[in-house]
Design a protein around this ligand. Structure first.
Ligand code: RIB
Ligand code: CA
Length: 324
């Protein structure tokens, strides 16, 4: 049976790579895309999602999400990484036919999960604000969601700690209060953080290969990633990019690519370590312990990067052949 997902995203260049991967793979039923501020403003990110829906004739819904974090002041769009409007050098046009669902993203998620009890995996590749709003409005949802797969956080595995601050990953840093709420809720969460996403790498040659063999889909990925690759080259000295958001989709398709570690997770919500994610995994008892009553969640600590890259490439090339 195909896996039904709602993809909560801040499109975003690697978000676009993930959206196309989800649409491409036959094991995934992309039911809905919900948008959130982050890489771009909510207006730009939502227009980018609708642009993809129209360009590639997606049948999924698109619902517009929230424009700011629940408590902390907004960090602002990540222009240096994703460009003025989120799609690098490309500027998505207003869609002619596609339009957003009238409901706000959190309500769309609640309604869709309730209509498909036990079947929907929430995949999040942006700040977790929409999902925290879901928990506030309908706490009973935790027993109806199949799984929550989160691209976010960094736990120091394989030497990976933070990307926006020395100790915080961008999606969690954008709304640490929301992330703490999502990770401590009583539902199954799997975190695909920098620990694994920075272990997989799309080289510039790899992306050239997608362009050569992936038809219109590969060409779009190549075009949208030019700005992103310039950021990686100029700021990090790398000829290519890490595989952040597509790794969350890879987990849904083939969880066996990842090694997971179990234990409750908390998020630091203020001070210099704001956005730091910490998992307690040794089972020790302490006199004071803010992890003790929290549910065990899973964190990716290793990935089979070669297979992940092959899976992404094969999916995009075969989807490119269908699209033409
Ligand atoms: O830290 C990487 C994450 O932040 C990705 O989801 C990227 O799209 C940005 O949102
Ligand atoms: Ca993202």
């Amino acid at each position: 049976m195909r896996k039904k997902i709602i993809l909560d995203t801040d499109p975003g260049i690697d978000d676009a790579m993930a959206i196309l991967f989800a649409q491409a793979h036959p094991d995934i039923d992309l039911v809905g895309i919900t948008t959130v501020y982050g890489n771009a403003t909510i207006e730009n990110g939502t227009r980018n999602a609708l642009y993809l829906k129209e360009k590639f004739s997606f049948s999924c819904d698109v619902a517009k999400g929230t424009d700011k974090p629940i408590q902390r002041p907004p960090v602002g769009a990540t222009v240096v990484v994703h460009g003025e409007t989120g799609f690098g050098d490309l500027h998505s046009s207003e869609p002619e036919h596609a339009s957003a669902d009238p409901r706000p993203a959190y309500q769309y998620i609640i309604d869709t999960v309730k209509a498909n009890p036990g079947e929907i995996t929430l995949v999040t590749v942006g700040p977790l604000t929409n999902i925290a709003l879901v928990l506030d409005a309908a706490p009973e949802i935790t027993s109806l969601v199949k799984e929550v797969v989160v691209m976010g956080g960094a736990f120091g595995m394989n030497g990976h700690r933070g990307n926006v601050t020395p100790y915080a990953e961008a999606n969690i840093h954008d709304d640490p209060h929301a992330a703490d709420k999502v990770f401590t809720a009583d539902w199954p969460v799997v975190i695909v953080g920098l620990d694994v996403t920075e272990e997989s790498f799309f080289s510039a040659d790899y992306i050239d290969g997608l362009k050569a063999e992936g038809g219109k889909v590969g060409e779009f990925i190549w075009d949208v990633s030019r700005y992103y690759l310039r950021f990686y080259a100029n700021k990090l000295g790398l000829e290519g990019c890490h595989v952040h958001d597509p790794s969350a989709i890879a987990y849904v398709i083939k969880p066996e690519l990842f090694t997971l570690r179990e234990g409750p997770i908390r998020v630091v919500t203020d001070g210099p370590a704001e956005g730091l994610t910490l998992q307690k995994f040794d089972g020790r008892r302490h006199q004071m312990d803010d992890w003790a009553e929290m549910p065990d969640q899973k964190v990716g600590v290793a990935v089979n990067d070669k297979e992940l890259l092959a899976l992404y490439r094969d999916s995009i090339i075969s989807y490119g052949k269908q699209v033409g």
